[in-house]
Design a protein around this ligand. Structure first.
Ligand code: NAD
Length: 345
């Protein structure tokens, strides 16, 4: 039986993948993938990685040397992969959409919790403190929400916001003209939004899209929601904007340096990330540890599509969910092999 090594796994990964597996021997490894742990992939032609695995040059070299020829990511984002290094050696596949609803709904959960101080009320009433002081919020109805990235998740979040009677404006590098979306430039979005929610991928262009300069352009009292990738926000700039009250609250499902911490229990350890400690300590910041995707529906879809990706790889045919460094440019790239229904290499 073909062996597939899964990195950075938890009990819920085993549960869903084992439930749907018929054809493979799965090796579930708790540690994250990096140049050292990559050795554990010996004997596997295909391995499965996750959001905070290190799939950089060194890891790819080790994996290739061991005979690994495909990496299936059980996630949508892929900013942790060195695609140029992998090209010609290891095919990379991902799960482009497993439940955009899960992430969009989580973004709204963060906004509602922050705005109506549910996190504080929950703790208060458990202590029989029924006072309301300090819990005042605002009506979301009529407020302007600025969406950066109007892909699958962004569009669902837009509809949720419209359901709340909010005004929606959006910025996207590739506006979807088929949709009834009020696109504006980034500066206008910063100036007009009461709430800004990030739904674009982390790329060279979007890294620190919310920088010191960007926060400077925003309305006083803006709310920031980030369920996309931590690197979209310059963490120091956010801290500064929270301290000087430019930002009224931040709901963060992702954090720039999350790789070392998220998905793990550090409750008995003093962590050495002062920015994260300061963010956690603020009453108007809610951090969840990359749990936007975490619904039963999403986990089932992730397992199903990942297994289909593995099957396709071994079938020798085209790889529906393959991605390479050229795919990002495919809109302008007439020679994209994937468009011609071939593997990227
Ligand atoms: P998608 O590809 O459907 O949409 C992304 C959108 O961003 C596209 O419309 C694209 O044109 C736009 N975009 C690309 N570059 C841009 C730029 N420079 N400026 C503005 N817009 C740009 O992706 P999706 O499925 O909606 O997911 C969005 C992001 O959500 C993913 O990239 C991933 O990082 C994140 N995500 C997080 C979780 C979680 O658990 N928190 C789960 C899944 C995805």
């Amino acid at each position: 039986m073909r062996k597939i090594a899964f990195f950075d796994t938890k009990a819920y990964d085993k549960e869903w993948f084992n439930k749907l597996n018929k054809d493979y021997e799965f090796i579930f490894i708790e540690g994250k993938l990096n140049p050292t742990t990559a050795q554990l992939a010996k004997g596997c032609e295909v391995i499965c990685g996750f959001v905070n695995d290190d799939i950089g040059k060194e890891t790819i070299d080790v994996l290739y040397g061991l005979g690994v020829r495909a990496i299936v990511l059980r996630c949508a984002g892929y900013n942790n992969v060195d695609f140029k290094e992998a090209y010609g050696k290891i095919n990379i596949m991902r799960v482009p959409a497993y439940s955009p609803h899960a992430v969009a709904e989580h973004a709204m959960a963060l906004l509602l919790t922050l705005n109506r101080k549910i996190h504080k009320a929950y703790n208060r009433t458990r202590d029989f403190n029924f006072s309301l002081s300090g819990l005042i919020g605002m009506d979301l109805h009529g407020k302007t929400v600025g969406i950066i990235g109007t892909g699958k998740i962004g569009k669902i979040f837009i509809n949720i916001c419209k359901g709340f009677g909010m005004k929606v404006i959006a910025y996207d590098l590739f506006p979807d003209e088929k949709e009834d979306i009020d696109y504006v430039d980034l500066d206008t979005l910063f100036r007009k939004s009461d709430i800004i929610s990030l739904h674009c991928p982390l790329t060279k262009e979007t890294r620190h899209i919310l920088s010191f300069e960007a926060f400077g352009k925003m309305k006083d009292g803006v709310y920031i929601i980030n369920t996309s990738r931590g690197g979209l926000i310059e963490s120091g700039a956010l801290l500064h904007a929270l301290t000087n009250k430019k930002v009224a609250g931040a709901g963060l499902d992702v954090y720039e340096e999350e790789g070392e911490f998220f998905f793990e229990d550090f409750s008995n350890i003093i962590i050495d990330d002062d920015v994260l400690s300061l963010l956690v300590s603020k009453p108007n910041v809610i951090i969840t540890s990359h749990q936007g995707f975490f619904t039963r529906e999403a986990l089932e879809n992730i397992a199903k599509v990942t297994l289909e990706n593995i099957d396709e790889y071994f079938s020798g045919g085209k790889l529906t969910n393959e991605i390479c460094y050229q795919c990002e440019e495919k809109l302008n790239n007439k020679n994209c092999r994937k468009e011609k229904k071939e593997r990227c290499f």
